[in-house]
Ligand binder design. Sequence first.
Ligand code: AVI
Length: 322
Amino acid sequence: MYPITTGNLTTVESLFLTETLAGLQACPKFMHAKYFYDERGDYIFQQIMEMDEYYLTNAEMNIFSNQAEQIAELIKGDTPFDLIELGAGDATKSIHLLRVLGKHNLEFSYLPIDISAHVISDLEDNLPKELPELDIKGLNGDYLHMLQKGITLSNRRKVVLFMGANIGNMDQAEVQTFLGSVRKLLAKGDMLIIGFDLKKNPKQILAAYNDSKGITSAFNLNLLERINKELGGDFELENFEHYVSYDPESGACKSYLISLKDHIVHIGAVTIPFVKDEYIYMEISQKYSLEDIERLASRSGFQYEHNFFDVNRYFVDAVWTV
Ligand code: AVI
């Protein structure tokens, strides 16, 4: 998706501005986690995934590196298919599956979707070096628009991959709407493979989002820096502190930035007052029980097929069919 220029701001930038101002003028204040991922945000998130405390990446890697054969067995069927990955990133986990599918000479195309254009061009450049037989066509844009586009590219059956616990960054209402939309785009015989982080010891979850080196704090504060750079803001980062809560009952892990004093921030000509101890709600990373996941599948019109767990049962990749 290429940004269209309107006046001084591109449509992408003007949406960033509108949504940021709406969030900061709301009561209580909030921000959109999708804006974490500028170049520096991508870099910090890479560091998060390498942290000892952030168990999610290793857990899902454990599933894909050890059980790709079993996942492929469920996918393979008798007919050719398109494997569409939402938020493919660098495909370090899905490559295990792609390798196994290729080894079995299955007829399929890989359609990675990502919001970042450079992620897609890197995948199109690099994956064929490792998997020369792979038929790959990257789609750059948001999940649902590109899924819709990907689906119309052929009349083969579809297997959709949505990994990394990205679903956890949607609140309950968004999850239902999103899964409902995915379901509507799919047809009988299609499949969705979706990664959920499971409810577990609250201390372990808190440590993953409140690490000792302050990397997650830097990840959150980077959004203020991005607003300063791109939208003419004057946030002073030392006026805010990262705070994380986890509620074992609901499974909601939420991150906030807390204002440490009464002060005023400007974004262009707009004034945003903060009082001491006021919070900005930054992100939800929802954790699920197996019952929660099954309920979600049936409410959105999918049928449970199989659950793949990592060795510690921290994480599940659920296979649902239509
Ligand atoms: C991308 N997403 C699944 C991460 C998560 O675990 O919610 C984002 C993240 N935020 C802080 N640490 C990681």
